[in-house]
Design a protein. Structure first.
Length: 112
C-alpha cells in the first residue's frame, strides 16, 4: 500500500469517496473532476503503479476487469461509454496507482 497514495487512502476508508461498486479486488468511485455526466474510476485495490508493474497474480485478478466494468455500466445506465487507462506520466496518469476511467452519459469526441 502506498503510504501517500490517495487511492490507497480511499480503499482503506481514510479518505471519503462516492463509491459506486466494490468487491474483493476493485473499488469503483465517481471522479471528483468529471469530464462527462458519468465518470467513474475503477481502482485496483492492490497498490500497483502501472500495467508495466503488474505481476502474474495481478494479471490473473485483472481477468475480471471487464466483468466489473459491465456491472458498473449497468448500475450507471450506460450502453455506450469509453474505457481509458493512462499508463505513465506522459500518457496523462496523475496518480501512480493503476486505475481505469469509465466515461459516458453524453456523446464523446475523438481522441488525440
Amino acid at each position: 500500500m502506498g503510504r501517500e497514495c490517495v487511492f490507497c487512502k480511499i480503499i482503506s476508508g481514510e479518505v471519503k469517496s462516492d463509491k459506486v461498486y466494490e468487491d474483493e479486488d476493485f473499488i469503483v468511485i465517481r471522479d471528483i473532476k468529471p469530464v462527462a455526466p458519468v465518470h467513474d474510476l475503477v481502482i485496483y485495490k492492490k497498490h500497483v503503479p502501472t500495467i508495466l508493474n503488474m505481476d502474474d497474480e495481478d494479471v490473473k485478478k485483472f481477468s475480471r476487469l471487464f466483468e466489473v466494468v459491465k456491472k458498473v455500466a449497468e448500475l450507471e445506465g450506460l450502453d455506450s461509454f469509453r474505457l481509458v487507462n493512462n499508463n505513465g506520466r506522459e500518457s496523462g496518469q496523475e496518480i501512480d496507482h493503476i486505475h481505469f476511467h469509465i466515461i459516458g452519459g453524453r456523446k464523446l469526441g475523438g481522441l488525440g
